[in-house]
Ligand binder design. Sequence first.
Ligand code: FE
Length: 427
Amino acid sequence: MARILGGIATSHTPTIGFAVDTDKEADPVWAPIFKDYEPVQKWLADKQPDVLFFIYNDHVTSFFFDHYSHFALGIGEEFPVADEGGGPRKLPAIKGHPVLAQHIATSLVADEFDLSYFQGKGLDHGVFSPLSLMWPHADGWPGAIVPLQVGVLEFPIPTARRCYALGRALRRAILSFPEDIKVAIVGTGGLAHQVHGERTGFNNTPWDMEFLDMLADRPQELLDITIAQYAERGGIEGAEVVMWLIMRGALSKEIKRIHQSYYLPSMTPICSVIYEESDATEGLDTIAAHKARADAELAGVENIAGSYPFTIDRSVKSFRINSFLHKIIVPSTRKRFLADEEGALADSELTEKEKDLIRRRDWRGLVQYGVIFFLLEKLAAAVGMTSQQVYAAMRGDTVEEFQATRNAQIVYSVAGDDPGKIERNDD
Ligand code: FE
């Protein structure tokens, strides 16, 4: 079974990554940052976690307000460094852990946390700023990451109590993972700072110290503090510190605080903390029942004949081809595809098998491969086919045979009136 090694709390200010990239270690103003993280580096080197469960927020880099969610779980196979305006930092991409992510998702949903899932997105300084100082990466990262993006930028944001409850559920999720892996929980953000408006430059070190003591020993007392009170005491942007409560909630109730550092050179305190579990078995007695309850929700769904439920593992495996087909809704991409399909396929990163499935309009094969139906519908619309042609092909029927099973013999598609689209051919 998976084990939780402990938790790390860290600021994620871009200052840390900047210090790493510009080799500031010998500069006395910057040196404390490096010194403060040595215990974190050593702890990670000693404990050798296989996976870091990394709680962070994106800073309007990969997540925008066209669709903003509270808890977005990273399910992908790999996460590159995001470009935040001047090109991405020169760091290797880090592996994800889709199998663990799927298990955590199943467990958290059973515990009534409504997640969103992401892949194919870069991670910004919320992850890579502290990570680049914490974990060696000259020859690639020593382990994998499961990122959890918390939407703390658009109010209302998740409450302190909700974050802590999510952490408790996360503990059940990780401890019930059947593989024998070691997981460390990383909570990022904070501490007191504000970077906008006339209050720019606000800090509050006395509150930071109080918060750190409460987080370690009396986290319950942090749960009824409102977001407005966090913002008042710790700055509007500093209210992101509720993410640390997710990390704290995932640990045993009693913890050993083995490291704490705090340095405030400019706008944001650079703080790092390590908590070790004082009771790694806490909660294990209820794990079997929890896992049974979580697994029950989808038990047997894979046995429904002729059906291909779009699970996280299918979504990850077929992300490349689903992404290609999704771009058909972009007029310029669609136009290119329709004018020169072979050229568009050749320019893509699709495998030969994937290209062939699309080329042959193998509707059943595409679904079996992992393409979701609603992208077949789009491809069909673009190439002038009806939805009924797709339905019939998936069943192995002719259109006439399929239509005979319906109450009325109508045809339709999701195509609009793009003048570039291929005219519909009902045969
Ligand atoms: Fe942040």
